[in-house]
Ligand binder design. Structure first.
Ligand code: NAD
Length: 248
């Protein structure tokens, strides 16, 4: 039996990297999947790749009106939501001393404020018993240079999972986070040359006990666990998939 048979799953930030791999796995496991992202072209490509009736919606998580219209379309197409993955996130890395207000606002508008209101605005559209999963990061547990605002935004969403789970207990809605370690995705190439991205990835891999970056597919397996009933005793918790980075 497929683990998400007939479940409606929305993946906010599903057109690239971890979100795209998760969309593929969810669709293979029987879910009706909606993915969002900001770029129409990459969304269209992702929808083609995921197939299985998946829909793609252009939506900016930092724009509250666009979040509303996303859920409206999902409701009209598939009905109420069983699994909400709030995966959208950006990394603007720079030393603390050089971090500008603009960088700070951009990081928080997407990684924290966007996540907060994506879940709030989903509430009327979620089925009781739904699973909500937020992508946090291993940076919640350890200090990494040049990531002060990013790490704080991820600590904020880790906290959200606890508080929202407490508030949503009466509807049996579970909110958990998945915290990946460094994963080989396009996140390191954004705003960087290929050479810089490769140097960052090599540097990160050398600091991980597993001695390599993780793959998006490995993280997607974690999302499947949190989305399905296999994890039904997990509430307000964190699944850490980081090759030992924060623990060893
Ligand atoms: P990615 O850049 O490939 O994907 C980022 C996703 O977020 C894309 O789908 C993009 O469309 C979406 N997104 C960004 N800004 C958005 C906005 N304003 N509105 C809507 N969608 C938006 O990177 P990824 O590595 O797959 O990152 C996915 C998540 O995993 C992020 O939250 C990231 O912080 C987190 N993460 C990544 C790593 C890693 O090493 N790759 C480690 C820990 C956590």
């Amino acid at each position: 039996m497929k683990k998400l048979h007939n479940k409606v799953a929305v993946i906010i930030g599903g057109n690239s990297g971890i979100g795209l791999a998760t969309a593929k796995l969810f669709a293979q496991q029987g879910a009706k999947v909606a993915i969002t992202g900001r770029n129409k072209k990459t969304i269209d490509e992702a929808v083609f790749e995921v197939a299985n009736g998946t829909i793609g919606l252009v939506s900016d998580i930092s724009d509250l009106n666009s979040i509303d219209s996303t859920y409206g379309t999902v409701k009209d197409t598939f009905g109420k939501i069983d699994v909400l993955v709030v995966n959208a996130g950006i990394l603007i890395a720079a030393p603390f001393a050089d971090y500008t207000e603009e960088m700070f606002d951009q990081t928080n508008d997407i990684n924290f404020k966007g996540v907060f209101f994506s879940i709030q605005k989903a509430l009327p559209h979620l089925n009781d018993g739904a699973s909500v999963i937020i992508t946090a990061s291993t940076v919640v547990h350890k200090g990494f240079v040049s990531t002060a605002a990013y790490s704080a935004s991820k600590a904020a969403v880790r906290s959200l999972a606890r508080t929202l789970s407490a508030e949503l207990l009466d509807r049996n809605i579970r909110v958990n986070v998945l915290s990946p370690g460094p994963i080989d995705t396009p996140i390191f190439s954004r705003g960087a040359t290929e050479e810089q991205a490769n140097a960052t990835k090599t540097h990160l891999a050398s600091g991980i006990p597993a001695k390599r970056l993780g793959t998006s597919e490995e993280i997607a397996e974690g999302f499947l666990y949190l989305a399905s009933d296999d994890s039904k005793f997990m509430i307000g918790g964190e699944l850490l998939l980081d090759g030992g980075a924060a623990t060893l």
